[in-house]
Design a protein around this ligand. Structure first.
Ligand code: ADP
Ligand code: MG
Length: 232
């Protein structure tokens, strides 16, 4: 028998992930700071593509099926010279192949200075519409379960409150002798996502899920070093 569910008019098509370099381009257009980067399909073209970038560099593979990049060997940090890019890409290609994956291309980008890692995301609630999520932890977000939701569009005081109510809020103030996070830059980034005329509003109905994870927040700036966008 044919699978009728596949032809049901109410079944919505699977959301389409946009490749990371394109998501980052959209972020940049919305005024969100992303690492300077370049793309190449072939590993031997990476060094030339990266000629305007400053080390340390990060190499990432992108393409169909490559979702949680760290899990499949598709992120390499701390590359200190451009001639390390091609061998790192070939090694990455091998690791991806072992997972049955093939990269459509490679993204090489500048490595942001260490800071506090946050998640800034948005989901679509069926009754309330777009909801912004901010949380601490980067890759540990799920384990820490420390996020604050706010309905979009958010204002500056909503963002300040959402950050203040995080259980780990003290990390932003410079715990254990670290420099405090520059609040203004972090809040501006979050407003550029979920505020009036932010990315969420600009995307209209074209998206289902947006996740910047992590945003690395330092004393003077906040940068989205990973970004995932599912189109509707
Ligand atoms: P994943 O798909 O596994 O989430 P990410 O792009 O988030 O891959 O990279 C994994 C981790 O590497 C990030 O959580 C962050 O700590 C670090 N990282 C990635 N890109 C950069 C960058 N450009 N600068 C600094 N750190 C980065
Ligand atoms: Mg990530």
């Amino acid at each position: 028998l044919p699978d009728l569910a596949d032809h049901s008019p109410t079944r919505s098509p699977a959301p389409v992930p946009l490749p990371e370099p394109q998501v980052k381009q959209l972020l940049a257009q919305a005024g969100i700071d992303v690492p300077r980067g370049a793309v190449a399909a072939a590993s031997e073209d990476l060094a030339a593509a990266a000629s305007g970038l400053c080390a340390p560099l990060v190499l990432k593979g992108f393409g169909p099926g490559i979702v949680h990049k760290s899990d499949v060997g598709a992120v390499r940090l701390d590359l200190n010279a451009r001639d390390q890019l091609a061998p790192a890409a070939e090694k990455m290609r091998g690791e991806l192949a072992a997972h049955g994956l093939e990269p459509a291309g490679f993204l090489v980008e500048e490595q942001a200075a260490p800071g506090v890692e946050l998640i800034v995301g948005a989901v679509r609630d069926p009754s309330f519409g777009p909801v912004l999520l901010v949380g601490l932890g980067g890759i540990w977000t799920e384990a820490l379960d420390d996020t604050s939701p706010r309905l979009c569009p958010v204002g500056r005081s909503d963002v300040e409150e959402a950050l203040a109510e995080l259980r780990g809020a003290a990390l932003l103030d410079g715990a254990r002798g670290r420099a405090p996070v520059g609040r203004a830059a972090l809040i501006d980034l979050i407003l550029a996502v979920g505020g009036p005329d932010g990315l969420v509003e600009r995307l209209g109905d074209a998206w289902t899920e947006l996740e910047l994870n992590p945003v690395i927040a330092g004393p003077t700036g906040a940068t989205a070093v990973d970004a995932r966008l599912l189109l509707a």
